[in-house]
Design a protein around this ligand. Structure first.
Ligand code: SAM
Length: 235
């Protein structure tokens, strides 16, 4: 049991499994499974836009700004959530969004209807780690604030590589754990609350990217205060 775990009794309940793979720092990681993710985002759906959704808007603007400059029309957004990024896409793109949470998707569908976002061609309930799409279906895929949520980040990368055509692009924006200092201390203090938060505050970039992808990816800091990182992985 990790330090501070007792305090979780005070936090909202969500189902989870404990992932016993030891990390570099020899601490087991609390892992969210699909049911825990659905539970967490059922609770987040109504307040997401006004809370985390607001502070993370820079990340979405930078990511979708890059999507809009990249060639190709067919865009996949995995973990589309409440659809905060959907109005930011260029009208010439054709965007498909998927998410595990029906409640988050319901918010996204409301936005699409209210704003007449005709470039959004589909919003589907689907697991980003096991997608129904054929190989090479998309030119670009974006995963915004999703990598530190999914149970198996490397499986997510493998699926994105499968559904994006060779020569296409895969983008992530996420908070990655600091290498030291007060921020790392804060992340570690929050880590046991992953199941209540719905993401891992202490998620490291090497948990997402293996070699040779780690060397090929281009990483750029994103405001506020470089708290988030935009990762561009050419397929
Ligand atoms: C932190 S929210 C980010 C939402 C949105 N991308 C944004 O920028 O606001 C994470 C989203 O990923 C979704 N998610 C988590 N795991 C998933 C999976 N395996 N497949 C599809 N969606 C997933 C959650 O349901 C949630 O809506």
């Amino acid at each position: 049991m990790r330090q501070g775990e007792k305090g979780l009794a005070l936090l909202p309940k969500a189902r989870f499994v404990r992932h016993m793979t030891l990390r570099n720092d020899v601490r087991p990681m609390v892992q969210l499974d699909a049911d825990a993710i659905r539970d967490a985002y059922r609770r987040w759906a109504g307040i997401y836009d006004a809370t985390f959704g607001a502070v993370s808007m820079w990340g979405r603007r930078r990511t979708v700004g890059l999507v809009n400059r990249l060639p190709g029309r067919h865009v996949l957004e995995v973990g589309v959530g409440t659809g905060l990024a959907l109005p930011l896409y260029d009208g010439a793109k054709q965007v498909t969004g998927i998410d595990l949470s029906a409640e988050m998707l319901a918010q996204a569908r409301r936005k699409v209807r209210a704003r007449g976002l005709s470039h959004v061609c589909a919003l589907e309930e689907m697991d980003a780690e096991a997608m129904d799409f054929a190989d090479g279906s998309f030119d670009v895929a974006a995963a915004m604030f999703v990598a530190s949520v999914v149970p198996h980040p490397r499986r997510l990368v493998a699926e994105l590589k499968r559904v994006v055509r060779p020569g296409g692009h895969i983008l992530f924006v996420n908070h990655f754990s600091a290498s030291g200092g007060v921020r790392l201390m804060a992340e570690r203090a929050l880590a046991p609350a992953a199941r209540a938060l719905g993401w891992h505050p202490d998620f490291r970039v090497d948990e997402l990217l293996a070699q040779p992808d780690a060397d090929r990816a281009v990483l750029r800091p994103v405001p506020p205060f470089g708290l988030f990182t935009l990762v561009h992985l050419p397929r």
